[in-house]
Write a protein that binds this ligand. Structure first.
Ligand SMILES: Nc1ncnc2c1ncn2[C@@H]1O[C@H](COP(=O)(O)OP(=O)(O)OP(=O)(O)O)[C@@H](O)[C@H]1O
Ligand SMILES: O=C(O)c1ccc[n+]([C@@H]2O[C@H](COP(=O)([O-])O)[C@@H](O)[C@H]2O)c1
Length: 223
């Protein structure tokens, strides 16, 4: 990607299954962008969460299509770049992204449900040393996240969103907890209420495939 000379672009990375994507993803991304002073948020639609079974997981193309729909007209890029990078573990993905986009500054975004089990991720301390982390409060998970093994280690690196936003350079580890009017939407609830969501998105995915946009990378994805 070519960037004009000038200050580094500040990018939030939200990895997820997006099975399917929902308004909560959009809302937390826009909120994080505003609170942290980000230029963009990139959604990394995961080929497969290493801790989740494939059972009930819709095809990647349908999940990407649902994410595109949610990201419309927002400074959010939808990518399935892990497929292109051939990475599955976040630690590997983040290293590869930093190598590929040296002019970007990245912050890893996740909901507090993921902080609660972050200590189970491969090389999670290395992830924290690779880039700052911002955690978005999620109804029902904040207590368990704050009491989690990862939080016991991360809390010494905690800083306010205002301090983070005003910093020219970012360093890691750094942890920002973002609190806002919590959003209780979840993909689990959508799958329960609308089990056929993926078949509708398959048509969109097929059309995208025909126009060679099935799996957008960060370069090709629309802003
Ligand atoms: N309502 C929400 N509030 C805060 N964070 C959220 C919310 N929904 C999703 N996230 C975060 O967005 C990222 C991607 O989420 P994901 O695609 O797994 O959706 P989900 O709703 O959590 O799915 P599922 O219900 O299948 O677990 C994760 O870091 C998750 O914690
Ligand atoms: O790297 C790991 O060990 C790891 C373990 C669990 C989840 N992740 C990543 O966490 C992100 C959120 O996943 P999910 O399924 O909760 O939306 C997604 O990018 C996954 O690839 C990563």
């Amino acid at each position: 990607m070519n960037f004009a000379a000038g200050p580094a672009r500040r990018i939030g990375l939200l990895g997820g299954s997006f099975n399917p994507s929902h308004g909560g993803h959009r809302r937390i991304s826009l909120f994080a962008a505003q609170a942290l002073g980000l230029n963009e948020v990139w959604w990394l639609v995961s080929p497969g969460n290493p801790l989740k079974s494939d059972k009930g997981m819709a095809p990647l193309a349908a999940r990407v299509a649902s994410a595109r729909e949610q990201a419309r007209r927002a400074p959010i890029r939808v990518t399935a770049i892990e497929r292109e990078l051939d990475t599955r573990y976040t630690v590997d993905t983040l290293r590869a992204l930093q190598r590929r986009y040296p002019k970007c500054r990245f912050v890893w975004l996740m909901g507090s449900d993921n902080l609660a089990q972050f200590h189970r991720w491969r090389d999670w301390r290395r992830i924290a040393r690779t880039m700052p982390i911002a955690v978005i409060a999620r109804p029902g998970y904040d207590g368990v996240a704050l009491a989690s093994p990862a939080m016991a280690w991360l809390r010494r690196y905690r800083m306010s969103a205002a301090r983070f936003k005003s910093r020219g350079e970012w360093s890691a580890p750094a942890l920002v907890i973002l609190r806002f009017d919590p959003d209780d939407r979840s993909a689990t609830a959508i799958r329960r209420d609308d089990p056929d969501w993926a078949s509708r998105h398959s048509d969109i995915a097929l059309r995208d495939q025909l126009t060679h946009r099935l799996i957008p990378t960060a370069e090709t994805a629309p802003v």
